[in-house]
Design a binder for this molecule. Structure first.
Ligand SMILES: *[C@@H]1O[C@H](CO)[C@@H](O)[C@H](O)[C@H]1NC(C)=O
Ligand SMILES: *[C@@H]1O[C@H](CO)[C@@H](O)[C@H](O)[C@H]1NC(C)=O
Ligand SMILES: *[C@@H]1O[C@H](CO)[C@@H](O)[C@H](O)[C@H]1NC(C)=O
Ligand SMILES: *[C@@H]1O[C@H](CO)[C@@H](O)[C@H](O)[C@H]1NC(C)=O
Ligand SMILES: *[C@@H]1O[C@H](CO)[C@@H](O)[C@H](O)[C@H]1NC(C)=O
Length: 394
């Protein structure tokens, strides 16, 4: 588990610095990154946070949410050449051969160590490789969308073994994913945040909470907060914010405002606000990012802007969040928040769900490879995905 966190944390931090990794600075920066990673990690309350589950999000022409494409295979992680199949412990007497999953691209060009799926998720019989020479032996090939070249020339070129499944893997919304028409009719399975994907990879889930009634609302000293890194004038959320701030005080953070929030400050900052603006960068079905799971996890009421309320309620209880569409205007929303600020009883009702559930945010990489392997292992039938592009991009 710590390794998982370290790997993901390292990937994120290394990627953030990628633009700095130039010429003779590389060595110095790498050492700094390692130290930062170590300290950030050692004090981090995050649980397997995926790359873009925090305030990071994709920018045009960036390979990874807000950051990226630093090559961390050059330090503590294994390079592709070293990545032979990882053989996890399998129970003695298991007859069925292991399932081999080939990682065609490292996501965003960043390597990570393959997990033991039996330890992490109680999934048995998985082997992983990033060695393309094993293409002919692989039961599944995991293909990360953002890394596919526009002309598809970096996709597998040799004929697909008859039993082999190609898995399309993507966590970004359609707005931030290039629609490549040539991908139609190419994949067998999808791995995505959408509930109708073959391999469902939500940013977070609400799981059973066993410590009955022990949840306490954290202390608050701010009313409404928002951490935003992608300050795009075309975003619907920005227009909403500009109007909302005329009616209620909003504490805004993020690089564009020279108020950068570090990973270690992040949970406490969110906890200290009564409400948090969980405004998605783009509006798509099932696209609920860490922006909504962070406040739910850290004891704050999310004010969501994204797909319709009904869709949110398919992921989280209806009384756990406030939807901007619940109000005819931003002013009406502001009035509601001001009322809730005054009436503690009404405010507390937004936390009733915490008696039953807790939030778990998911690892982008480790959960994906294990769940993909598990799917390929359990469903060996023929499966094609016609009209894939229409499904995702509409
Ligand atoms: C992204 O790339 C496209 C095409 O290369 C270019 O037109 C656009 O200005 C770029 N956007 C940014 C934010 O750099
Ligand atoms: C990462 O570094 C390794 C080893 O130096 C190199 O072989 C590989 O091509 C690099 N990958 C990318 C995506 O830059
Ligand atoms: C939680 O509390 C309720 C009401 O007091 C009780 O009925 C239930 O059994 C408790 N559940 C657990 C897991 O302790
Ligand atoms: C707070 O709201 C509750 C429920 O609507 C109401 O019964 C109570 O009188 C309100 N308290 C105050 C101080 O306004
Ligand atoms: C996977 O999809 C391809 C393209 O549609 C198809 O030709 C192939 O038969 C499928 N393979 C399996 C195992 O379903």
């Amino acid at each position: 588990m710590p390794l998982d966190k370290l790997v993901e944390r390292s990937a994120r931090s290394a990627m953030t610095l990628s633009n700095l990794l130039r010429g003779s600075l590389i060595a110095v920066v790498l050492v700094t990154v390692l130290l930062v990673v170590f300290f950030a990690y050692s004090s981090s309350p995050f649980d397997l946070l995926p790359c873009s589950a925090t305030r990071m999000e994709p920018q045009e022409n960036f390979t990874c949410p807000d950051v990226c494409s630093g090559n961390i295979s050059t330090f503590h992680l294994r390079t592709e050449e070293q990545n032979g199949p990882v053989v996890p412990k399998t129970p003695a007497g298991t007859k069925e051969p292991d399932t081999l999953l080939l990682m065609w691209f490292w996501p965003f060009g960043v390597a990570f160590e393959f997990p033991s799926c039996s330890e992490l998720y109680n999934i048995q019989g998985c082997q992983f490789t990033a060695d393309r020479n094993l293409y002919g032996k692989a039961d599944g090939v995991l293909i990360h969308h953002r890394d596919i070249g526009g002309d598809l020339s970096n996709m597998p070129q040799t004929p697909r073994p008859v039993h082999q499944k190609w898995i399309w893997w993507n966590h970004e919304s359609p707005t931030y994913s290039t629609n490549l028409p040539a991908l139609n009719n190419l994949f067998n399975l999808t791995a995505n945040y959408r509930r109708d994907a073959d391999i469902f990879l939500p940013y977070g889930t609400l799981e059973e909470y066993n410590e009955n009634g022990t949840f306490e609302i954290p202390k608050k000293d701010k009313l409404v907060c928002w951490i935003v890194s992608h300050w795009n004038p075309n975003h619907q959320r920005r227009h909403y914010y500009e109007e909302l701030k005329n009616h209620i005080n909003i504490d805004i953070y993020g690089r564009p405002f020279e108020k950068y929030v570090t990973d270690s400050d992040f949970p406490n900052l969110i906890s200290s606000c009564k409400f948090y603006l969980s405004f998605e960068n783009s509006v798509h079905v099932d696209y609920l990012s860490g922006k909504v799971y962070d406040p739910l996890q850290f004891g704050t009421v999310p004010v969501v802007l994204g797909p319709p309320r009904d869709n949110y309620e398919e992921h989280a209880p209806g009384d756990s969040f406030i939807h901007v569409e619940d109000f005819p205007t931003p002013k009406d929303l502001a009035n509601r928040l001001l009322l809730l600020d005054k009436n503690e009883t009404m405010y507390r009702e937004y936390f009733n769900w915490r008696k039953a559930y807790k939030v778990k945010q998911h690892s982008f990489t480790l959960r994906t490879v294990c769940y993909a392997c598990d799917h390929v292992r359990r469903f060996k039938g023929y499966k094609v995905f016609k009209n894939f592009n229409k499904w995702f991009w509409g």
